[in-house]
Structures are given as C-alpha cells and as structure tokens.
Design a protein around this ligand. Structure first.
Ligand code: GDP
Ligand code: MG
Length: 375
C-alpha cells in the first residue's frame, strides 16, 4: 500500500501513463491513471520493463514530503472523511494580549476531571466548547507561523488577530495580516482589552478596514469580536466564532488512514530521549506505529496528550507528545507512518545519510569560498 497510481509509475519508469494502464489491462488489472495500485500490480508492470520494483518503490518512499502530500491528497478524496477540529494560531502585536488569551483558554477551558487538571506544556492544546474541540498552537505566533510556512508546513487553519483596543494597529499587527493573507488563512479579529480605560474598538475597526478586514456590519465578511482576555468578557463568543468559521471551511480528515502530521517542537529529554510535540493532521496515530519524522525514525513508544495523560491513539487535529525516535527531529518536519519498522528505519537512515552528505557539500563550498577570499 504505497498510494502509487499509473501516473506515478509512469514517471518512475519513464513511460506515458496511458501505456502503463494498457500494460496493466493486458496483465488482467483494470485500472485508470489515478487509481491506487497494489504492490503486486506495480511489481508486475515493473518486471515487464525489466525493473526491480522494490528498489524503485523504496527510492520513492524516501521522499517523505512527497509521501506526505500524496496521503494528504488521498484523504481529501476519501469516503471516510469526518469533521475535524480547526487548528488556530493567535497572532498580534507585542503586549496586545496573546499570552493572556492563551493562558485563559488553557485554564478555563482545558479541564480534565479525571486527572485533576494537570496541564502539560506541549506546543499546542485543545479547548472544548459545547462538545466541539479547537486546537490552539501555543508557540510564539509569528515565529511558529513563518518558520512552518518557510518549510512548506501549513498547519494553521485560522488566525486569530489580537489587537489591543487601547493601542490599535501596530507594526506586528500589519505583519500578522500579511502573513495570514499570503498563506490564504482566514483572519478572525479579536479586539482585546475592552476593559481598559482607553478602549476604542470603533477606532481599531476603522484602522483594520484599511487592510481589507471588513466586518459584516460594513458589508465585509471578517468576523470581529470585542473581548477582554483579562476579565474573560466575550471569550466564549470568540470560541463560538472560531467554530462558525471552521464550519464554513468544512475542515475534514480521514481518521482511518495511516497517520501523517507535523512536528511543532522537539527536544532531548534526559530520561526519555528524543521527545517531539506534534500535530496529527490525517489518519490516526497509534502507539507502536513505525514512523519517519524528517530524517529520524522509530516507533511511537509513549504518547501523551496536552493534559499530560498517556494515550494509545491520536486522531486528526490532536496535538500529542511522543517518544521513541532515534534522534531529535526539527520543528516543521513531516511525520509519516510506515507499514513496518524495517522500512521506516532504512528510509530514516537513508535520509539522515543524504542530509549529512548535503551538509558536507555545503561545508566544502564554504571552505573553497574562504580560500578564494584569503587569496
Ligand atoms: P502578548 O505580548 O501579546 O503575549 O501580551 P500579554 O498577554 O503578555 O499581555 C501584555 C499585557 O497586557 C499584560 O500586562 C497583560 O496583563 C495585559 N493584558 C492582556 N490582556 C488584557 C486585557 O484584556 N485587559 C487588560 N486591561 N490588560 C490586558
Ligand atoms: Mg506573549
């Protein structure tokens, strides 16, 4: 089960996809160019061209980004898709109240009755409102957002733009608007500090309209909510608006397929070895799953949720912390579950080897440049 179709196979074998389909037909396999082929069919065709399919397929699998993208595409066509929670990043100018809002949400809406509410600091957490979940990325907004984007990891569905009602639009407010717009991520405006003496939400709204963030009252389609992260005023309303926006976006995932996800943060723990906070995006991640994470590999050993509780599986949009990797991955690395540990290991090792070679080549370049500089 490699998710390869006649088109992909054609590319690998340097043949037209139509020729592959015809070849398959002659071999008794009815398919079209887009349908996923099973291992036997792939091997049959490859053998026809005198090629060892296993080696080729392995080569193909070491391209983790490509595998990740294919699974993402496949899940969009799946019949098993169900609604998934939105993934939200809070952005805004310094001191406008991002941390206060995140902390309030974490403490008032993240309650765990059984575990007595021990909150774990992992890179993201989920909030429950009226039995719906929302995932908040709890990493410094701008950095997380732009680093992820630079590496082609787009995990945010919605940006909540926090603007202080007593301060208005500031440089980082504009920066955040630009980031969100170029990523085509919808913005919900949270005008914060409504309790502050100088609060002037009307003025802030007018300022934001210049950046094409226009509230419904003025004929636009941007959601505005006036809140106070400090007193909690209208914070529930903000959560409701996030759910509304998510409904419009029809965010879905297929929990049945093998998991893919993205690393939020990773570190080395003294007692537990490499630890990665990650977001599951499609499929369900299970304890024991063989995985490749960037240039690392392993098996999910212990999986912990945002409340520090051990879990056996993680469904789409769920953030978890995992152990069991051979080394520390990087943030924004892609996670792909494999069928067996042997393949995960060899793909991981191959990728680490390639990365090492790449870095050596870069070093050589630098030394040559330096050499010429000194001449
Ligand atoms: P960040 O830099 O965006 O993370 O901002 P912080 O959350 O650290 O908040 C900056 C300051 O604004 C802190 O002193 C907060 O207590 C204060 N603050 C945050 N939200 C509110 C609010 O809703 N009302 C008032 N009056 N102060 C707030
Ligand atoms: Mg902060």
């Amino acid at each position: 089960e490699v998710g390869m179709n006649a088109q992909d196979l054609g590319k690998i074998l340097h043949r037209e996809p139509a020729e592959i389909v015809k070849k398959l037909f002659m071999l008794g396999v009815m398919t079209n160019q887009n349908q996923s082929l099973d291992k036997d069919a792939i091997e049959l065709v490859a053998a026809e061209y005198g090629i060892n399919a296993e080696e080729k397929v392995h080569e193909d699998m070491s391209d983790i980004d490509n595998l990740y993208n294919k699974r993402m595409e496949a899940s969009k066509e799946s019949k098993h898709q169900i609604k998934r929670p939105p993934v939200v990043t809070i952005m805004g100018h310094v001191d406008h109240g991002k941390t206060t809002l995140l902390d309030r949400l974490r403490h008032t809406h993240v309650t765990d009755h059984e575990a007595g509410g021990i909150t774990q600091k992992i890179g993201a957490y989920q909030v429950r409102i009226d039995n719906h979940l929302i995932t908040f990325l709890d990493t410094p907004g701008h950095a997380a957002f732009s680093n992820m984007r630079e590496r082609g990891a787009e995990i945010t569905d919605i940006v909540v733009l926090v603007v202080a009602a007593d301060d208005g639009v500031m440089p980082q407010t504009i920066e955040a608007i630009d980031h969100a717009k170029s990523a085509k991520v919808p913005i919900i405006v949270a005008i914060n500090k409504m309790d502050a003496p100088g609060a002037n939400p009307q003025h802030v709204t007018e300022q934001l309209m210049k950046y094409n963030l226009i509230p419904e009252d003025y004929g636009g389609d941007t959601i505005f909510v006036n809140i106070s992260a400090k007193t909690g005023e209208n914070v529930d309303e903000l959560l409701q608006m996030i759910l509304l926006q998510a409904d419009v976006m029809e965010l879905k995932a297929d929990p049945k397929q093998k998991a893919i996800g993205t690393v939020i943060e990773a570190r080395l723990s003294r007692g537990r070895g490499p630890v990665a906070d990650l977001l599951v995006q499609q499929g369900t991640l299970h304890t024991g799953d063989p995985i490749v994470v960037g240039n690392r590999f392993g098996r999910v050993r212990v999986m912990t949720n945002d409340r520090g509780r051990q879990v056996e599986k993680a469904t789409p949009s769920m953030p978890v912390e995992i152990t069991g990797l051979n080394d520390v991955p990087e943030s924004a690395d892609k996670i792909v579950v494999f069928d067996d540990e042997k393949t995960a290991r060899s793909v991981g090792e191959q990728r680490a080897q390639q990365a090492l070679q790449q870095s050596r080549e870069n070093v050589t370049h630098v030394t040559l440049d330096n050499l010429f500089d000194t001449m």
